[in-house]
Design a protein around this ligand. Structure first.
Ligand code: 5AD
Ligand code: FES
Length: 360
């Protein structure tokens, strides 16, 4: 842990600015130091400016765009916050065919995306072999493939990896096992961690992340989340605020704190400097221009939607989702313009994690 000559004990308080500088230089903070910065809204601008500098130093000015294909909203799980949960009878369910999914990937390539993210609920229709065949067809298009289809046995992950999948997104949501199991009934924290470890061992780039503002979640728990991401050396970390969905048991919960989420993104950049960190859709659902603000606070990835037509609206994790009336071409042009206005550029490579020669 921290070897810089100071103590973090209560009787020897350290200035937040010194802590931020230390994080920017060493990429290490203790649990109590992380907690302190997360809880302190006065230091937010300083923290985000430091994260922006570390972002520039480690991953540069290129913003990676990943084309998101939401191919099925059918889910066997029942997470308390999520609109796709199986007990939600109000949502219109859909599932794209293999040909439709591949066609969207072809179009994504046409818009210049080098990566597609195939995301769905936990839909048993997509057996290991069915999804492997889709992965093979998209891999043949010379696109990087990120899968985000939930918890599966190791054999399924292995089959998709062999078929050409490069990355996998599976948010841990919270590393507090008790909170996790309360909000994701019928699921086990242990199995979720097992999935992340299997994915890593199979050679995927592993993406995970937290939902910010779960009822009962504390800043201490979020600090533990960051230490967990360091421990598993996460390649990608996606963070978003809880947006209460009226069709779920958490419909009346308080929304996640946008600024706390921003501080979390900034700390993640300082402490995992090489990671790919998206400015997530949920951040912009809560705040106009939210994605630009997060891109200027440590993030370097955006995942514009390439799903077409009414399916965008039907993939309703939470209400108020942006871009539901836009086309994939609209989103590509919109993000390209916004990134250029920031003095950044759209990266043209596939955007794998770049490991720095110096190792922590
Ligand atoms: N608000 C914000 N994010 C949500 N997710 C699911 N439901 C909500 C919600 N109500 C997030 C989860 C999941 C990701 C795909 O969407 O973190 O991992
Ligand atoms: Fe969809 Fe701007 S990203 S319209």
């Amino acid at each position: 842990m921290s070897k810089v000559g100071h103590s973090n004990s209560q009787d020897f308080p350290i200035e937040e600015s010194a802590l931020i500088q230390q994080a920017a230089e060493t990429h290490h903070l203790t649990f109590s130091e992380i907690t302190k910065l997360l809880a302190d809204d006065a230091c937010e601008e300083l923290l985000c400016a430091a994260a922006d500098a570390v972002r520039k130093q480690f991953v540069g000015d290129g913003v990676h765009l990943r084309g998101l294909i939401e191919f099925s909203n059918i889910c066997r799980q029942d997470c308390m916050y999520c609109g796709l949960r199986r007990d939600n009878g109000k949502i219109e369910r859909y599932r794209l065919t293999a040909d439709e999914i591949v066609m969207l990937a072809e179009k994504a390539k046409g818009y210049g995306y080098r990566t597609v993210v195939l995301q769905s609920g936990e839909d048993a229709h997509f057996t290991a072999e069915r999804l492997a065949e889709i992965v093979r067809r998209i891999h043949a298009l010379d696109l990087a493939i990120t899968l985000s289809v939930g918890e599966r046995p190791r054999e399924d992950y292995a089959a998709w990896r062999a078929a050409g999948a490069d990355r996998y997104l599976l948010r841990i949501e919270t590393t507090n096992a008790e909170l996790y199991e309360r909000l994701d009934p019928g699921m086990s924290y242990e199995n979720r961690v097992r999935c992340l470890r299997d994915l890593r061992e199979l050679g995927y780039e592993v993406g995970t992340g937290s939902l910010i503002g779960l009822p009962g979640q504390t800043v201490e728990m979020l600090a533990r989340d960051i230490l967990f991401y360091q421990e598993i050396d996460a390649d990608m970390i996606g963070i978003g605020p809880l947006i209460p969905n009226g069709d779920t048991p958490l419909g009346k919960a308080a929304p996640g704190d946008w600024h706390l989420t921003r501080r979390m993104v900034a700390l993640l950049r300082l402490l995992l400097p090489e990671a790919n960190i998206p400015a997530t859709t949920a951040m912009e659902t809560m705040m106009p221009r939210g994605r630009e603000l997060i891109l200027a606070s440590g993030a370097n990835v955006v995942m514009p939607n390439v799903t077409e037509g009414d399916y965008r609206r039907k993939y309703a994790l939470y209400p108020g989702k942006i871009c539901v009336a836009d086309t994939p071409a609209d989103c590509r042009a919109c993000m390209g313009g916004r990134i250029a206005t920031m003095g950044r550029f759209v990266a043209t490579d596939k955007g794998f994690r770049k490991h720095q020669p110096r190792k922590r």
